[in-house]
Design a protein around this ligand. Structure first.
Ligand code: PGA
Ligand code: ZN
Length: 421
């Protein structure tokens, strides 16, 4: 085994680390994505500071990998679990940073799959859920952007279109793309052509402050092309980003926790919403618990910032009955195995798991392989547009085709069973 790192750019144009691991079957590559609406308990990135790239360079990390870590890895002949444990042991006092551990872990995990001559999703599936049928995840397409991902007045960060009524992943992608383009026309007519400019995840950043309006507009687009009964809706409020001084700032009003809960209840009553992510800020356990107990049986309440893909925080949320689904982001945990610890605990307790990209992404479709590998049944990777987003959806098309071509591998599209464990 041999390591080589370099600095590359992510989708927002910020530097990030790329790590290659060379083995007998070729080179396996790992990248670190980056969030904008980050949780306080996420693995901490390490950046150089100083002048280069306004302090965001990762050249110190690159040097560490190419020097000291490569020397150590050359002597290493342990298995995948031992490799993962080694990364954690090297990261004492955050010496490497969560960005470096993420890239090391993804490169290494791909390497161990390649040693077995298996595609990553197959290698992971045999390890994580060997007796289960393969499930292609339902895509959650974020087609209207607000919050920290857009420059508009929309408090809610993500409005997602979910093709639960499609028959296959490829049909889901087709529905997603058709509705995205129809919505674009509707917005251009209603708000003018600049309203179709997009945010960080490829969704339209329209000049709108009313948090209900995007739901109506997406349904209108779906209805116009006869797909209304094929789709559901979801939001990621990322509420930490509009919380200040004990209040939530929504549509120019300051709301208490309970007032905001009423907004969500009305939304889920009036619209076909199946999933609410981060409806409250990350310490508002009262809000999370209230919403989960009131509507958690019909709507999944997804924890992102409150869980940070951390098994201890999942346990805490289980004890507090705060939510019923985990958002899985590998770079929040810092390694693949730590994120799997969180998802195993979630699955064991009948939570659902949604594998997620970050708003600052790269072209690597690793999360698609991971989502199929752990039968997460759900994935979110932004709009069905922009190469760093479509890279993930396109990889799922390839996996779907591969599974369809292999006679003895049963598989299905999660569809309306997106929550079944
Ligand atoms: P982030 O956004 O990558 O900026 O954190 C994604 C999310 O909040 O789910
Ligand atoms: Zn989120």
């Amino acid at each position: 085994m041999d390591l080589h790192a370099r600095q590359i750019l992510d989708s927002r144009g910020n530097p990030t680390i790329e790590i290659e691991m060379k083995g007998k079957n070729g080179i396996s590559i790992g990248h670190a994505p980056a969030g904008a609406s980050t949780g306080a308990n996420e693995a901490i990135e390490k950046r150089d500071g100083g002048k280069s790239y306004f302090g965001k360079s990762v050249m110190e990390n690159v040097k560490l990998v190419n020097g000291e870590l490569n020397q150590k890895v050359k002597q290493f002949n342990g298995n995948w679990q031992e490799y993962e444990a080694w990364i954690i042991s090297e990261n004492k006092n955050n010496r490497l940073g969560g960005n470096t551990t993420t890239a090391l872990s993804i490169a290494g995990s791909k390497h161990y799959a390649s040693e077995k001559n298996q595609p990553f999703h197959q290698w992971m599936h045999e390890m994580y859920c060997p007796n289960e049928k393969y499930i292609l995840p339902v895509p959650f397409f974020n087609i209207i952007n607000g919050g920290k991902h857009a420059g508009n007045n929309l408090a809610i960060q993500e409005y997602m279109l979910v093709p639960t009524g499609a028959e296959s992943f490829s049909q889901a992608l087709e529905y997603g793309s058709e509705i995205y383009h129809t919505l674009k026309q509707i917005l251009a007519k209603k708000y003018g052509p600049t309203s179709t400019n997009v945010g960080d995840e490829g969704g339209f950043a329209l000049p709108e402050g009313d948090v209900f309006k995007p739901l109506e507009l997406i349904l209108m687009a779906a209805e116009q092309i006869g797909l209304k009964d094929k789709i559901s809706l979801a939001i990621d409020a990322a509420a930490t980003s509009f919380f200040a001084d004990g209040k939530y700032m929504v549509s120019n009003k300051q709301l208490s926790t309970m007032e905001l809960a009423e907004v969500y209840k009305k939304m889920t009553k009036d619209y076909p919403i199946i999933s609410l992510e981060d409806p409250f800020e990350e310490n508002d356990m009262v809000g999370f618990n209230h919403l989960t107990s009131q509507i958690g049986n019909k709507v999944q309440i997804v924890g992102d910032d409150i869980l940070c893909t951390n098994e201890h925080l999942v346990q805490k949320a289980l004890d507090a009955k705060a939510c019923n689904a985990l958002l899985l982001k590998v770079n929040q945990a810092g390694t693949v195995s730590q994120s799997l610890n969180a998802s195993k605990l979630a699955h064991k307790n009948n939570w659902s798991v949604m594998v997620s990209h970050r708003s600052g992404e790269t072209e690597d479709p690793f999360i698609s392989e991971l989502a199929v590998g752990i039968n997460s049944r759900q994935i979110k990777s932004g709009a069905p547009a922009r190469a760093e987003r479509t890279a993930k959806y396109n990889q799922l098309l390839r996996i779907e085709e591969r599974l369809a071509q292999s006679d003895n591998t049963p598989f299905e599209y999660a569809g309306r069973n997106f929550r079944k464990i």
